[in-house]
Design a protein around this ligand. Structure first.
Ligand SMILES: NC(=O)c1ccc[n+]([C@@H]2O[C@H](COP(=O)([O-])OP(=O)(O)OC[C@H]3O[C@@H](n4cnc5c(N)ncnc54)[C@H](OP(=O)(O)O)[C@@H]3O)[C@@H](O)[C@H]2O)c1
Length: 253
């Protein structure tokens, strides 16, 4: 069987690193996308120590030149890409979390550069390689806070939770992008889905998250390894309910 090639953006830590570890464990060659060489090489070494065939690739999702260089390198080395996990993300660049009425446009633009434009830039650069794979999978790491259905449902715990505008709206955009790419690629073997890790213990939320990274990476791994009759164009992951674990499955957009 041919070894699958998987690229994970923002793979030097957190959910991305764990996703890379899990896909490596499944026998894939994992391309560790990281914007910082030292952090990327450290992650590559840790993954290799764990037995994975990991290769660092410098990739800043806001830097078109680095995206194109990464795509050209993958083309030269492997000639195709089987899995793309658009995992890199940020909640705020200024680290000043504010309600919608006090949104910093500078911060919002910076968040969109990573979470939204980064997804489009990386996906479009990698699509020629993904089309060359037998049945590629694209996973966009989203969030339940980007679900308009959950945010506006009085029965959802998200309804009463104060939140900034930039992060939830950026993930709502990721959800729509997922639907649009799935629609465009519906007559190909490529599946495009969005993953919700749930509130996960990482640097992202200063480790206030309640889920382990193993749990948080599970939806990305699930969607990256979907069988040929699996879905395309869904939001999948951990449900956040008021009580208990919340369950796992298809989430409302
Ligand atoms: N943790 C949660 O509760 C939670 C819940 C729902 C969704 N998510 C989503 O899950 C994904 C991973 O989050 P996480 O919790 O693992 O966060 P994390 O530990 O903060 O990791 C974020 C990763 O994204 C990378 N990154 C940021 N900007 C980048 C850029 N311009 N180019 C390339 N990489 C960049 C970071 O690299 P550096 O180390 O260089 O900064 C890091 O590797 C994000 O999309 C996030 O929105 C997280």
């Amino acid at each position: 069987m041919t070894t699958k090639i998987a690229l994970i953006t923002g793979a030097n830590k957190g959910i991305g690193l764990e996703t890379a570890r899990r896909l490596g464990e499944l026998g894939m060659t994992v391309l560790v996308g990281a914007r910082d060489e030292q952090r990327g090489l450290a992650a590559e070494a840790a993954l290799r120590d764990g037995g994975a065939d990991a290769r660092f690739v410098r990739l800043d999702v806001t830097d078109q030149a680095s995206i194109e260089e990464a795509a050209a390198w993958i083309d030269r080395e492997f000639g195709r890409l089987d899995v793309l996990v658009n995992n890199a993300g940020t909640a705020t660049v200024s680290r000043q979390r504010a309600l919608a009425s006090a949104t910093s446009l500078d911060d919002m633009r910076a968040v969109y550069e990573v979470n939204v434009f980064g997804v489009v830039a990386v996906t479009n650069a990698m699509l020629p390689l993904l089309r060359r794979a037998a049945a590629a999978r694209i996973v966009n790491v989203s969030s339940e806070v980007g679900s308009i259905g959950s945010q506006s449902d009085p029965a959802s715990p998200l309804h009463d939770l104060p939140a900034s505008a930039q992060y939830p709206s950026s993930k709502a955009a990721v959800n729509m992008l997922t639907a649009m790419y799935a629609k465009e690629l519906k007559d190909t073997p490529i599946k495009v889905n969005a993953a919700n890790p749930g509130f996960t213990d990482t640097d992202f939320n200063d480790h206030r998250g309640v889920r382990s990274v193993e749990d948080g990476a599970e939806p990305s791994v699930h969607l990256a390894t979907l069988p040929d009759d699996g879905p395309s164009g869904i939001l999948w992951g951990h449900l956040w309910l008021r009580e208990g674990d919340g369950g796992y499955g298809v989430l409302p957009w």
